[in-house]
Design a protein around this ligand. Structure first.
Ligand code: GAP
Length: 513
């Protein structure tokens, strides 16, 4: 555990030291769970957003984009259920005065049981070797069966209690499991209470005329209220999708784990409108398609798993998370929800406007069902960044820090380095930059010995370093060094664009889907 914590601390400090992420308004001691993306972070974030947009919007003829405003008419949030039901169940510890999410305390407890089961399974795998059958072991070993069935029982009971609003039972569950304050060990708990997560604000100049608004807690509602506008003007035929990326705001009480749980964050969401009755087919389709998008980045299949929801949100008839193995364990990265016709019907009811689709095949109107895919851009950033940050021991015993980002997402694709700051080498390097910058984000670096410059670019995740030396002046060739293997090749300047493109093009990476 200590090792995991160290790893995570390393991620946070590397992100700051190398200009990826800073605490917000740091000169005033920061603002809890709010962060700013710095010069390299903003490039990485933009590249993740573009990778998603290409795959979801531009590669699908039947999906279009939208950029709806953050501020929306307040009735939107009444209709969507967020005013009444977008709550977290909170519990306070009377001794430590610390506030926790009751469901998170219970989920963490259940996760520990799961880890115990996994440990037993791994021990057995080592013992039995190649003949080990994990499924059989899970259903026959009494200890593993007990851990897993207890985990299931706890999560099911919590799901039922939260679903029916029985907060007393949620507290009973915490007491029965003897869950203690993770920081102090105290079990002196208050009752569980609901807390609405939306940030309120006001529109208007004077106090009397001001209108109460909310900062949107999800981008999805901007899509629902524009459903008919887009369908009509785009002549879209069901099934079709509307996608958007943008800021969302939640007054998270338990804000922790760096950019994993923020108060201001960015979502990349797509609502797919389908014929009622076909939603399960599309739900399965999007689960598979979204997982494949993640896998195309090459962070390792073992780092992803599906988690089917026991406790469904007020709008869903099926829901699953794609969980990622973050430095603090498996947690939600993306949600895939079958949202039924809940949202469109609710907006019809509250607005008095019809939000229906005319099916020319059956000559009838219906309210489409919706399958949603929703991934946090900041969580994607954390997943990619934390997994890519590695410490390596080299053959000569020295260590290097390397950020093995998928090169399609790397902030800078190549750094051009003159071997020395004289003899016309900087001028040649600048000429290479002038040519490459039309196609790629490239950097120039002439400070320090070339070895140190290589290390600096490794830590920034730059896939290529191009070194201009005296031979360049004679034959127009340079050395190109590959970040991951550190191998160096001598190549013609005129080939650089193609070499870099082969490695970093969105096309080549998305082809792996
Ligand atoms: N429209 C559906 C929706 O908003 P959600 O599961 O609440 O569903 C979707 O959020 C995704 O947004 C999550 O899977 C996560 O990646 C991201 N997300 C949610 N809350 C977040 C927060 N406080 N900080 C960072 N990302 C968050």
């Amino acid at each position: 555990m200590a090792k995991q914590e160290d790893l995570f601390k390393n991620v946070v400090s590397h992100a700051k030291e190398y200009g990826f992420i800073f605490p917000s308004s740091e000169i005033y001691d920061g603002l809890s769970a709010v962060y700013d993306y710095a010069q390299n972070g903003v490039e990485l974030k933009k590249n993740i957003r573009e990778y998603w947009w290409k795959a979801m919007v531009q590669m699908h003829e039947n999906i279009v984009g939208l950029d709806a405003a953050i501020l929306m008419h307040p009735t939107t949030w009444k209709a969507s259920g967020h005013v009444d039901a977008f709550n977290d169940p909170l519990i306070d510890n009377k001794d430590s005065k610390k506030r926790y999410r009751a469901d998170v305390l219970i989920e963490d407890y259940a996760e520990k049981l799961n880890l115990k089961a996994k440990k037993e399974i791994e021990k057995a795998r080592e013992r039995f070797g190649a003949s080990f059958d994990e499924e059989q072991y899970k259903t026959t070993n009494p200890r593993v069966m007990e851990y897993l069935s207890k985990e299931r029982e706890i999560l099911e009971r919590m799901g039922r209690s939260l679903g029916s609003g029985d907060l007393e039972d949620v507290k009973n569950l915490i007491e029965e499991l003897e869950i203690a304050d993770p920081e102090t060990g105290s079990r002196n708990w208050t009752d569980v209470k609901q807390f609405n997560l939306m940030f309120g604000t006001k529109l208007g100049a004077s106090a009397e005329n001001a209108m109460d608004l909310y900062l949107r807690p999800e981008t999805a509602q901007g899509i629902f209220v524009n459903f008919l506008n887009v369908q009509k003007t785009g002549r879209m035929k069901v099934p079709f999708g509307i996608a958007q990326t943008g800021k969302a705001f939640r007054n998270e009480i338990v804000a922790r784990q760096f950019i994993f749980r923020m108060r201001e964050f960015e979502q990349m969401e797509m609502q797919f409108f389908v014929k009622p009755g076909e939603e399960m087919k599309w739900y399965e389709y999007w689960k598979e398609t979204r997982l494949n998008w993640h896998l195309s980045l090459g962070l390792g299949r073992q780092n992803y798993r599906f988690h089917d929801h026991e406790k469904l949100a007020h709008y869903a008839n099926a829901a699953a998370d794609i969980e990622f193995n973050f430095p603090f364990g498996f947690k939600e990265l993306e949600g895939i929800h079958s949202r039924t016709d809940f949202d469109l019907k609710a907006h019809e009811q509250y607005s008095g406007k019809k939000l229906q689709y005319f099916d020319t095949e059956t000559n009838s109107n219906y309210v489409p069902y919706v399958v949603e895919t929703s991934v946090g851009l900041d969580r994607m950033f954390l997943a990619v960044f934390a997994t890519s940050l590695q410490e390596e021991t080299l053959e000569d015993g020295s260590t290097r820090t390397v950020l093995r980002l998928p090169s399609v997402l790397a902030p800078t694709k190549a750094a051009v380095l003159p071997l020395v700051k004289k003899d016309g080498l900087p001028e040649v390097a600048q000429k290479i930059i002038e040519d490459l910058k039309w196609d790629f984000n490239v950097a120039y670096d002439e400070k320090d010995a070339v070895g140190r410059r290589y290390r600096r670019q490794d830590a920034l995740g730059t896939p290529f370093c191009i070194t201009v030396d005296h031979q360049t002046l004679e034959d127009d060739t340079v050395t190109i060094r590959h970040r991951d293997s550190m191998a160096q090749d001598r190549v013609k300047i005129s080939d650089l664009r193609q070499i870099i493109n082969d490695e970093v093009s969105v096309r080549n990476w998305l082809m792996k889907m």
